[in-house]
Design a protein around this ligand. Sequence first.
Ligand SMILES: Nc1nc2c(ncn2[C@@H]2O[C@H](COP(=O)(O)OP(=O)(O)OP(=O)(O)O)[C@@H](O)[C@H]2O)c(=O)[nH]1
Length: 335
Amino acid sequence: MSANLRQNKPRLLLMGQRRSGKSSITSVVFHKMPPRETLFLESTTRIQKDSMHSFMDFQVWDFPGQLNYFDPTFDAEEIFSGIGALVWVIDAQDDYTDSVTRLTASVANLQDIYPNINIEVFVHKIDGLSDEYKSDAFQDIRQRIEDELNDHGYKNPPVSYHQTSIYDYSIFEAFSKVIQKLVPPLGTLENLLNILVNNSGMEKAYLFDTMSKIYVASDTRPIDMEVYEMCSDYIDVILDISELYSYPRSESTRLGPQMVETESSVTIHDGTMIYLKEMNKYLCLVSVIKHPDAKDKKGLLDYNAHIFQDALNEVFARGWEKQENSEAAKEPAEH
Ligand SMILES: Nc1nc2c(ncn2[C@@H]2O[C@H](COP(=O)(O)OP(=O)(O)OP(=O)(O)O)[C@@H](O)[C@H]2O)c(=O)[nH]1
């Protein structure tokens, strides 16, 4: 097996019928393409592989819609072994019968050989549908997939469903959920965020991957889309300003003396405060505080965010230390 295909990075495979929206999803989420420009994307003819370098390195493979990867001419082992998740994109504005049939056949094949693969179904392009039709289509697709899998004899296969569109936040929200299943210390991060929100009077706190705006973790309170959108928009504002005035970032923030990191807050018309603090080169904490006295408690917020930052860096430090140790092991020690 080719060495460069076997890199130790979780892989996300994007599959589905032609024109279902796979390339548009990767372009919008990972390459910041404005959604309208996807109208000019050409059909994919070869597997497109993107490597994402962030708090966690991973690869996204975009597959041409027309091919059947379980055909013996393809090396299924090469494609499916070691993947993090299979994302199946279904165009909800089109006839989805064939897509559902292909998906269930693929799930059935995978369940036999790689039973632990997460399968994530994106019921996509929901922007063009009325609210009523949207939920009917979603339920119908879900029911059909479950029925067909039951007929194949698969009880409770690991399939999750998301409603998505590149024209709103839903695609980022769905990708966040997919990535979170691949983040090893997710439970620890959620606990740390719970402690932070409880001690700081926050409504909700998110740990975002700054460049992609995928959130890596949030506290365990229910998600309010309005709050999520505010946080996500605020990152755009900060990124735009940083592009003009920022300085190069080091790989990670070390324990000990603080680096000078981006930190910003804004209070909007109804007194709600949005607070952002850079945690390291890749991650930022964004939270919303709906309390009239929030701006008077800024010192407390800063202090608690620093404590959270230290804890976060300890969680991730193991990975960085391991990397440094292995590099140090290659160099002779000096005395
Ligand atoms: N309305 C709407 N259109 C979308 C959405 N996502 C993608 N599209 C459109 O769908 C069309 C096909 O998108 P592609 O990303 O090229 O589809 P693909 O699945 O990569 O297609 P192949 O490369 O042929 O497999 C484009 O015109 C996109 O603008 C969405 O969320 N809503």
